[in-house]
Design a protein around this ligand. Structure first.
Ligand code: N01
Length: 549
């Protein structure tokens, strides 16, 4: 390994990307608790991250707000009032704005500025960061809070630019709400975003055409106004709630999961499904039976239950059948949560078009044309076609590590990380909720807090011990990649034809699992062990000398 000496001038101690949940907490932690000089950037005009961009009608959190929030400040979590069980986007954005005010975070963020390159200078031991505004800044630590679902996937069909009407993307929605009144609106995509949007667009448009390639297993979110008694109880017990959440696979304090759908009678199984369906949220997915994601036969039972419920809710049998997923297991695509989604198809102004049997050939100036030549004329087109998840936001920053090696080369066959936090050859570069960490299969704010706390402790450790650089060993990284793939192979996840969990929603992207499937508690235990063993699996370098491995 080449020696690193911090002799060239640095502008800051740490450069942070992003002003969403991840970037905001990283600024607070590194600046206010560690006393570092930090500079953050965000391409957006203000704080919010994903909640800044995804402001389409129906955008709403799908983990209970009381859990999907920061836990690092006792007063913050006790004082903030959520008006609904699952809050809508504007309220989450207000919360993040409140956090930015409360901790005076905006003064450390340059908004409207996108990172264009990030290059390691081995002689100086610094990252050189360039932006689209011409900034060139140098710092020893680079922290990415660029998010997991922040780079929209490029359309797979040509012609979007030729469309004469209005085009909107769920992941980059305009700040001024467009009017759909009396208009012919088309929406492509029925993932979590499309499904949330369809429920609202159905009510807002003259006519709505939904272009569906793969139907989804959407289940009721079960939203309701906040119950004041429940809120008081939660606030009094926040410490226990957070502890229970941190000890749960998905980061929520659910505790009713049973071992196997196949070990109980059909009546008992149905009773459990019914109960979890009625209680809403991710209970059916994560709090019913443990083998749903591992055993095809167990999965078949819940998949059939969901199909039955879809058929009950959709009046036209042909439409109902088209909406029933049949050729992939439940949970292998990220399960969406919905409110009145299936009922939208009972409205006279909503039409479902199957673009699996008859794919979208192109967008024309007038609308959407399918492979068989059928053309749907539209005034507005909404793209809810998803994201280049997990790796996309990091690769978009044009990162070059030690010896001029590009991150894109290092990850040509899929992400290579240690703990989903760092990559070998990219010293002092930390990825908050990076690929191969629990990230999106955990409660994001808690996943973010865990990662920021880990990297802050690592930086403190370096500084307290006169060390300059932390970087994973190639062996530790290889073993982590093997372990994350092995965990995924033990599940049904690789069986999904297109799932951003596996990267195969983007043509040409390597099919590799992008999340750690061992669950948040096992992951945290591993991170704790790594630290206890003196940052096992990492090289720690001081003044050019390798002092640990
Ligand atoms: O994206 P997706 P998303 N022709 O990839 C379709 C989070 N989130 O933005 O399945 C036709 O899930 C594609 O079809 P197919 C959440 O983690 C959270 O909806 O590939 N269709 C699919 O239907 C979520 O999982 C919330 O066959 C095409 C859709 O576009 C993640 O973000 C809300 C197509 C993409 O679905 C991503 O969700 C929203 C083509 N050529 C999002 N290309 C919360 O509630 C793509 N599609 C917190």
């Amino acid at each position: 390994m080449a020696a690193s000496t911090t002799t060239a001038p640095q502008d800051h101690d740490a450069i942070i990307v992003g002003a969403g949940f991840a970037g905001l907490y990283a600024i607070h932690k590194l600046r206010d608790q560690l006393g570092l000089d930090v500079q953050a950037f965000d391409a957006a005009g203000d704080v919010g991250g994903t909640w800044y961009w995804n402001r389409y009608p129906g955008a709403r959190v799908d983990i209970e707000s009381v859990h999907y929030s920061y836990s690092f400040d006792e007063d913050l979590q006790r004082e903030w009032h959520w008006t609904e069980k699952f809050c809508a986007q504007p309220e989450i954005l207000s919360y993040l704005s409140h956090v930015a005010d409360r901790f005076d975070l905006r003064r450390s963020i340059r908004f409207g500025t996108r990172i264009t390159s990030v290059t390691w200078d081995d002689d100086a031991g610094l990252w050189e960061v360039r932006t689209d505004k011409g900034d060139v800044l140098r710092a020893p630590y680079f922290v990415s809070g660029a998010g997991t679902l922040s780079v929209p996937k490029k359309p797979e069909f040509p012609g979007v630019d030729t469309f004469a009407g209005e085009v909107y993307m769920t992941g980059n929605w305009p700040h001024e709400e467009p009017s759909f009144e009396g208009k012919r609106v088309g929406i492509i995509g029925v993932g979590s975003s499309g499904i949330q949007a369809v429920s609202e667009l159905a009510k807002m448009s003259g006519h709505l055409t939904v272009f569906q390639r793969t139907p989804n297993y959407a289940t009721p979110i079960g939203n309701a106004p906040t119950d004041p008694e429940e809120e008081a109880r939660d606030k009094a017990n926040y410490r226990q709630i957070r502890e229970a959440s941190r000890n749960h696979f998905l980061g929520v304090p659910y505790s009713d999961v049973q071992p196997s759908a196949l070990a109980v009678s059909a009546e008992e199984r149905r009773r459990v499904f019914e109960d979890r369906w009625n209680r809403g949220g991710f209970r059916l997915f994560i709090d019913a039976f443990q083998d749903i994601l591992f055993d095809q036969r167990a999965n078949d039972t819940v998949a059939e239950y969901i199909r039955e419920r879809i058929r009950e809710r959709v009046k036209d049998p042909r439409t109902a059948e088209l909406l029933c997923p049949k050729d992939y297991p439940y949970g292998t695509k990220r399960p969406p949560l919905e409110t009145d989604y299936y009922e939208a198809y009972n409205r006279d102004n909503v039409e479902l078009v199957d673009v699996k049997s008859n794919p979208i050939a192109e967008v024309t100036p007038r609308g959407v044309r399918l492979a068989d030549g059928t053309e749907y004329e539209l005034d507005c087109l909404v793209l809810a076609t998803g994201f280049d998840a997990c790796t996309g936001p990091l690769l978009a920053m044009n990162i070059t590590g030690r010896g001029g090696r590009k991150l894109a080369e290092h990850w040509a066959d899929g992400p290579q990380t240690y703990l989903g936090l760092m990559s070998s050859g990219f010293p002092n570069l930390f990825m908050i909720t990076g690929p191969q960490s629990p990230s999106v299969l955990y409660n994001m704010p808690l996943a973010i807090e865990d990662h920021v706390d880990f990297l802050a402790d690592a930086i403190s450790h370096l500084r307290e011990n006169g060390l300059a650089v932390i970087e994973p060993s190639e062996d530790a990284e290889r073993e982590w990649v093997r372990h994350t793939n092995e965990l995924a192979d033990a599940t049904l996840l690789p069986n999904s034809p297109t799932s951003w969990y596996m990267g195969n929603n983007v043509p040409g992207k390597p099919k590799r699992v992008l999340v750690y499937l061992g669950g948040a508690p096992a992951y945290r235990a591993k991170c704790d062990e790594v630290v206890r063993n003196g940052y096992e699996g990492f090289h720690l370098t001081a003044r050019g000398a390798l002092v640990g491995a």
